[in-house]
Design a protein around this ligand. Structure first.
Ligand SMILES: Cc1cc2nc3c(=O)[nH]c(=O)nc-3n(C[C@H](O)[C@H](O)[C@H](O)COP(=O)(O)O)c2cc1C
Length: 180
């Protein structure tokens, strides 16, 4: 298929190893803008994005999430880093109301595709939810500038990768029915 958008969608992979190289501000702005331009139910745009490039905060979120996983008895490899040492993390939160998590999902995918189009890899990270099993929600939300009445949904990390891209994971093809 010779269509740039479709090729970008088909070539995106969740990447779990990143170089230390920073992402240019201009590219990061486009990624965020594409998130903001995602569709949302009744155009509520009831989401919030915390864009984090400060290493210290990324490490803090990683630490709290790992500790939350420990509390729940979730196994992980030694030295596991929930963001795979990516230089940029965006934490998504949304108003506690109908469809808001779905809206965040639309924003997440828009950002992942926009990044890929700019030569930047990503991985959506749900494991950031585990930090709420370790620390107080008020403290976490203050640290992450999550507005009152909003709840964290998921995160996405971004960076550059110079390894061999994994093959696409097999997809279940039998999940589609047509009514014609
Ligand atoms: C809501 C959501 C949460 C996810 N959480 C994680 C995560 O915490 N850690 C991780 O490594 N990948 C995570 N992923 C990535 C999936 O594992 C990945 O999308 C899936 O295996 C398909 O691979 P692909 O993205 O390369 O096509 C998440 C994906 C989604 C959509």
């Amino acid at each position: 298929m010779k269509n740039q958008t479709i090729e970008t969608i088909m070539n995106r992979r969740s990447i779990r190893h990143y170089l230390e190289k920073a992402i240019p501000d201009a590219d990061l702005k486009w990624i965020v803008k594409c998130g903001i331009f995602a569709p949302s139910a009744r155009n509520k745009q009831n989401w919030h994005f915390t864009v984090i490039t400060e290493r210290e905060t990324i490490e803090k979120i990683n630490q709290l999430s790992l500790e939350g996983m420990d509390r729940l008895g979730i196994q992980k490899e030694p030295g596991y880093h929930i963001f795979y040492h990516a230089p940029v993390v965006i934490v998504l939160s949304s108003a506690i109301e109908g469809f808001s998590e779905l809206n965040c999902g639309c924003a997440l995918e828009n950002m992942a595709i926009a990044a890929k189009a700019l030569g930047i890899d990503s991985c959506i990270i749900g494991q950031t939810r585990y930090m709420y099993h370790q620390a107080n929600a008020i403290d976490i939300n203050r640290m992450l500038k999550i507005p009152d009445g909003y709840q964290h949904d998921a995160s996405i990390c971004f960076g550059y990768f110079d390894g061999e891209y994994p093959d696409p994971k097999p997809r279940k093809e039998d999940v589609v029915d047509y009514i014609r």
